[in-house]
Design a protein around this ligand. Structure first.
Ligand code: TXA
Ligand code: MG
Length: 321
């Protein structure tokens, strides 16, 4: 059940890290910054703690969690790592790439993390606070994005507090997340498949693997909440590819298309990704009930930005979100 506690805000120093690590080892929930978004962490080997993540987020228990590890060696203790996966870890870890691999049975990960799947999603985050925390806890951390299920992911400690205050023990405040969209998720078995566009552009993966990567089209997986259309939703209705606002709309600009808020006035995709969720949170705070969004190019980080915007604009499934 939700923990119903006073949520501590911990500073990004040695004391804050020590306190966060102690809470995690006690089976409590602690949100922490990664380079992509804030994660809601729990000891991945502690079934009660992992169950607490699902409860605090209101997340359906059939939607599995990402396990965060310090490096490729730690990953190899949890999953089978084929050569192709090892090469990707060498090239892109630590960083915004999550790999879905076949789980080892003796790995000591709570079965709740995998939600019944034979695979486990693994990522080594690059954020220095996340890396320090993983080292200090000494255990893999299950951590989905630290937002109520179906809502916009948090890129500041304030976003975490707005969504989960009173339901988690603490948030380690590391300031804004530099990448701003969640990790790219890649499955490798039998062939590489993109499960989620994210902070690592798919072009970089295609170059490293020397092949084109297709989106996963497995209908069972596409139906899972993480891939569900209405995920990442702000409160207001969203209209995409708008060149100007209609009466009653708040305009979110990009490049030459100006707005009350802009993702990047200079048309820079990296800046736009870093600003995306903050803008959506601000639109929520403004009470915007109709939002128009400028067109974003579909290259590099633009793929992840457009993916999140399409989900934000999709019809809502409140019961499942
Ligand atoms: O950047 C990120 O990945 C952030 C930070 C905190 O690391 N985490 C994150 O977690 O975005 P979450 O739970 O919001 O998204 C995890 C996604 C979900 O869509 C889930 O369905 C998918 O990963 N996933 C987890 N395990 C999986 C598995 N074994 N097979 C397929 N998809 C999996
Ligand atoms: Mg999420």
């Amino acid at each position: 059940p939700p923990q119903d506690v006073t949520t501590q805000r911990l500073p990004p120093d040695a004391g804050g890290l020590r306190a966060a690590a102690r809470l995690l080892r006690e089976g409590r929930l602690v949100a922490f910054p990664t380079e992509t978004v804030y994660g809601l962490g729990a000891d991945a080997g502690d079934g009660r703690a992992v169950a607490g993540i699902y409860a605090a987020k209101g997340r359906p228990s059939f939607n599995p969690l990402i396990v965060h590890v310090p490096d490729a060696e730690a990953a190899a203790r949890i999953a089978e790592v084929p050569d192709r996966a090892a090469d990707l870890m060498t090239a892109f870890w630590p960083g915004p790439l999550t790999l879905v691999l076949r789980a080892r049975e003796e790995a000591g990960i709570s079965p709740l993390v995998q939600a019944g799947l034979p695979t486990v999603a693994l990522r080594a985050p690059a954020h220095p606070l996340a890396r320090h925390l993983l080292r200090e806890v000494g255990r893999p951390l299950a951590a989905p994005s630290a937002n109520p299920s179906g809502r916009v992911s948090p890129t500041t400690a304030d976003h975490v507090m707005a969504g989960l205050s009173g339901r988690i023990a603490a948030v380690l405040d590391g300031g804004p997340c530099p990448v701003g969209v969640e990790s790219t998720i890649l499955a490798l078995d039998p062939a590489p498949r993109l499960l989620r566009a994210g902070g690592l552009p798919v072009e970089a993966l295609e170059e490293a693997l020397g092949q084109r990567i297709a989106w996963d089209t497995d209908p069972a997986r596409v139906a899972a909440p993480g891939q569900m259309a209405s995920h990442y939703a702000p409160q207001g209705a969203v209209r995409l590819n708008a060149l100007a606002p209609e009466p009653g709309e708040v305009m979110l600009g990009f490049g030459a298309v100006a707005g009350e808020l802009t993702l990047s006035a200079s048309g820079d995709l990296q800046e736009a990704a870093a600003n995306l969720f903050g803008c959506l949170h601000r639109l929520d705070a403004m009470g915007a009930d109709r939002i128009a969004v400028a067109p974003i190019p579909e290259t590099g980080l633009g793929q992840a930005i457009n993916d999140r915007l399409r989900r934000a604009a999709a019809p809502r499934h409140e019961g499942l979100a």
